[in-house]
Design a protein around this ligand. Structure first.
Ligand SMILES: [Zn+2]
Length: 321
């Protein structure tokens, strides 16, 4: 079995053009040497983004899961309303509701995590609504939209998440403008949160990207932090040996029971399909370099055992009475 703990459904009218332009530039960067960046961006605009936008009911996403052999997937909704506002966009309540309704049509395959910017006046009420009415099983936060993870204005959300037993998922790591890089994306910023909320489970996406060494250090000192390897398919394809060594260090030093598999679909399908990424990770016991071995059990835990255990700890609102 394979569980993808990190994927998205991108609805066009939710987000401003700044987000789509950034994703266009990123996808165009994976191009043959004979094609210019501008040509590639035009192609992405005409083909890749429309394919995401057409998948309004998640059917394409579930088909992609089938093709890759992924049984379950967490869809992380992100509240980008502060950084990429769009005129006439549905409210953040409606956006969360929309994603939860898609998920509810595939209850055995998809899991909904809500997204709420903690700077919203009604952030706590909204979180409660997402949990009790929309069935959220976790919360996604995105500090590089411009807030600090350990800021006291975020604490009410942590208090609720800890009380309800919901994990909080973070995107961490440096990002280019228009994302805010003002000291708000370093994993060490989560240490205060992990210490203040020892019962809260935190998940950090993408091994914190370029800050992966620092996230490694966080895993060594705190037990209540998990991480996912989504987006590492890029490194795995460009430098397989380096990917293997980073993953080996995570299993040995961060904690092998707290590393999760993820794709970040559909964002990176152009660089490496979900199916290809699953095959790369599943093949590690056979294909990793001699000095960096993985056991079948380690990869089974990474692909689903760890995520299954984590998901089993998350209650539904009805369980709490
Ligand atoms: Zn993502």
């Amino acid at each position: 079995m394979t569980i993808d703990t990190h994927a998205h459904l991108f609805i066009r009218e939710f987000y401003g053009e700044g987000l789509w332009n950034g994703y266009t530039r990123l996808n165009a960067s994976w191009r043959p040497a004979t094609v210019t960046q501008e040509e590639a961006e035009e192609e992405v605009r005409n083909t890749v983004l429309p394919s995401w936008w057409e998948d309004r009911d998640g059917l394409e996403h579930v088909w992609r899961m089938d093709e890759a052999g992924i049984e379950k997937c967490i869809l992380l909704y992100i509240d980008f309303g502060f950084l990429f506002p769009r005129e006439g966009a549905p409210s953040v309540v409606e956006q969360n509701r929309y994603i939860s309704e898609v998920v509810s049509k595939h209850p055995d395959r998809l899991i909904y995590f809500c997204g709420i910017d903690p700077r919203r006046d009604d952030a706590v009420d909204l979180f409660e609504k997402c949990f009790t009415e929309f069935g959220a099983r976790g919360l996604k936060l995105y500090p590089s939209t411009g807030f600090l993870p350990a800021d006291k204005e975020v604490y009410p959300l942590y208090e609720r998440a800890a009380a309800w037993g919901l994990p909080v998922y973070f995107h961490m790591g440096p990002q280019s403008p228009p994302y805010k890089n003002e000291g708000n994306t370093h994993p060490s910023l989560l240490l205060r949160v992990l210490v203040d909320f020892p019962e809260l489970t935190v998940v950090v996406a993408h091994l914190a990207n370029e800050y992966w060494r620092d996230l490694l250090a966080l895993g060594r000192v705190r037990e209540n932090v998990y991480c996912d390897i989504s987006a590492k398919q890029i490194v795995a394809k460009e430098n397989f040996g380096q990917f293997c060594h980073i993953l080996r260090r995570y299993l040995d030093e961060f904690g092998k029971e707290r590393v999760l598999f993820g794709t970040d679909a559909p964002l990176l399908e152009r660089a490496a399909s979900s199916s290809e990424w699953v095959d790369i990770v599943r093949g590690l016991p056979q294909n990793a370099p001699e000095d960096c071995r993985f056991t079948e059990q380690e990869i089974a835990d990474l692909m689903d055992g760890n995520a299954s255990r984590l998901l089993a700890t998350i209650p539904e609102a009805s369980d709490l009475g």
